[in-house]
Design a protein around this ligand. Structure first.
Ligand code: AMP
Length: 249
């Protein structure tokens, strides 16, 4: 069974992002970019399923600028067998990515598509769900445990206040939550091996996909600055302030 794993190139989670002065977006010039952390978990899960003999081939896909090749090479260093770069300079919204992935699902016929639950740049949490709808596939989102057997995936999902276990028939779309696994470190020999793995480049047009935006961003703003705190002399003053000024007790 083939696993398709979409991996997004995002601003590294350690970077403190700055909003552009004209409020049109976030400044990503000269900023460290990395694979979306939830997608690393997705690649790791696919590799573990391959190690168990359930998955036979892992295909990583990244949609975006040519530098997404680096993200694909990282996925291949973790253990993906080959990569597909869907190259475009257009700003891609989740619906456009979902349409691209649907075209690739039709072409590659994977048994599993494993996405991250959300990309940490736009926090959309939409692509997996949209793909499942477009491709008419069952979906199990926010997976914290995945077991595949007898043509089905049994997925434990993290929901408000607990865990839900669902069973979906394959082929299916899964999205990963933080506690699904801890991705392995990428070793130097595996980085070298990844350089030799096949990486195909296609354009959205060749897949028959219109990536035109459907949403217009009106404004991006920094969160309001917190006002400075004060030090109080003793507990009695603190209690008095909480009671009389903050009025929280
Ligand atoms: P989002 O819906 O934007 O929060 O993204 C959810 C997931 O969709 C990500 O964790 C990726 O697995 C996948 N995804 C989103 N955008 C892209 C992209 N440009 N290239 C590849 N995968 C993507």
């Amino acid at each position: 069974m083939k696993a398709l794993v979409p991996v997004k190139r995002v601003v590294d989670y350690n970077v403190k992002v700055r909003v552009k002065s004209d409020g049109t977006g976030v400044d990503i010039a000269n900023v460290k970019m990395s694979m979306n952390p939830f997608d690393e978990i997705a690649v790791e899960e696919a590799v573990r399923l391959k190690e168990k003999g359930i998955v036979t081939e892992i295909v990583a896909v990244s949609c975006g600028v040519s530098q997404c090749q680096e993200t694909l090479r990282t996925a291949m260093a973790i253990g993906a067998d080959r990569g597909i770069l869907v190259e475009t300079d257009a700003e891609l919204q989740p619906l456009a990515v979902a349409k691209i992935l649907k075209a690739l699902v039709d072409k590659e016929q994977p048994g599993l598509v494993i996405l991250g639950k959300q990309a940490i740049d736009d926090d959309c949490n939409q692509t997996g769900q949209m793909l499942a709808a477009l491709a008419d596939l069952p979906q199990a989102t926010f997976a914290s445990k995945v077991e595949v057997a007898d043509g089905r995936a049994v997925v434990t999902r993290e929901v408000d206040g607990g865990l839900e276990t669902v069973s979906v028939a394959l082929p299916a779309v899964l999205t990963t939550d933080l506690r699904l696994n801890e991705p392995r470190y990428v070793t130097l020999p595996n980085i070298m091996k990844a350089k030799k793995k096949p990486l195909e480049t296609v354009k959205p047009d060749a897949l028959g996909v219109d990536v035109g935006p459907r949403i217009k961003t009106l404004q991006v703003a920094e969160p309001a600055k917190r006002s400075a705190g004060i030090k109080v002399a003793d507990v009695a003053t603190l209690v008095a302030k909480l009671k009389n000024e903050a009025k929280v007790i």
